[in-house]
Design a protein around this ligand. Sequence first.
Ligand code: RFL
Ligand code: PHB
Length: 409
Amino acid sequence: MKIIKAQVAVIGAGPSGLLLGQLLAKQGISNIILEKVTGEYVLGRIRAGILEQGFVDLVREAGVVDRMVAEGEVHEGFNIAINGHCVRIDMKKLSDGDSVVCYGQVEITRDLMEARQAAGLSTYYEVEGVKLKNVTSDNPSVTYTHAGEKYELQCDYIAGCDGFHGVSRPTIPAELRIEHERIYPFGWLGVLSDTPPVSDELIYCKHQRGFALASMRSATRSRYYIQVPLSDRVEDWPDDAFWDELKKRLPPEAAARLVTGPSIEKSIAPLRSFICEPMQYGNLFLVGDAAHIVPPTGAKGLNLAASDVATLYKVLLRVYKEGDKECIKQYSEIALRRVWHGERFSWWMTNMLHNFDDMGSHDLEGATFARFMESELSYYLASQAGQKVIAEQYVGLPYEELAPLDTRS
Ligand code: RFL
Ligand code: PHB
């Protein structure tokens, strides 16, 4: 068994792990990232596209913001269409000047990977059998196999950034974990294509045939989604069938502008709300999708991962720069407060915008639930106060600071 050491062991080289690693390294806090799959595989996962200002600021602090600023597009508004009738949410006006940036998760991940490589920082890809040891002691470690060799990574802290299916969360004993979960009775079929987007702002469509979203990655690359039954498979949706269905759900002006082309990626994602409490156990911290999942309707998953990273970064800075180990107890409470807001927003948007058909929800019979949600959406869209509630959550709620040193109990 080879022994290696770092102050922080980071499990997972998704955006959470890479961003945390970069921020810590800039502050002279050593860290090693362990990733189960190859770098190319990580970059093959097409996911998020919409970033809050807090995310962009954090990436700036990590020193990796140049390409995001040059190539990302600032969006000051987005649209919600109800059966073809569009209402624009003017985020900038309604949220005191805030906006979001459209820049793909793949590109952020690539930027962070390249910066890490250029700085000579260690990431081990294709590690197997990762196990977290002694996480409640002062000497935690992570054991794994890499290129046929067994390793023990000895560290002070472990950041579990290994996504929903990772090994970090199950390391917290089941009796100490509370898990909240809702699985939705439909999924999103997503298509990426090298075609110009139908609109320069996103359009979320509530339609009697089911939800649709028109999004983008650039002026020449579109990302579209449609709500599909959970029983559907990608093979059930040849490109022509996808474009036909999307066209029916878009508002007529947008449908008339739709340029179709071959899909360059097509996948179905199930929709889930999930929260694990607490997010800290001894010297292990859960970060991002390892601790919580949101349905993508509010564009919050990656943005919540970023606020976890921001909180853990503040905690570890205080531990290493000021010798205050007490503050690690603040992590879970601060992170979860923002997570619950993001979860509620994502759940609410999902309920209002999707077609639950005859499935019903929350003990309500299908048609009754549908009418409540129609009423809810039209009520919020009809007034500036209602639109403001949507806008200020979409651009992202503020990040919370740690309690100051002198008020510690
Ligand atoms: P990730 O990206 O899942 O990365 C976790 C990494 O850990 C590795 N791993 C392990 N490594 C070592 N040992 C093990 N035992 C391991 N087990 C797992 C995995 O291989 C992986 O590389 O989690 P992270 O970093 O927390 O990032 C979270 C985001 O990826 C996710 O929240 C977003 O993609 C969600 N999301 C969106 N978020 C937004 O903020 N805005 C959006 O517009 C948005 N759109 C989306 C989305 C997610 C989607 N899908 C497919 C679920 C759209 C979609 C369709
Ligand atoms: C995306 O572009 O992939 C995207 C945008 C907004 C969402 C979800 C996904 O709410």
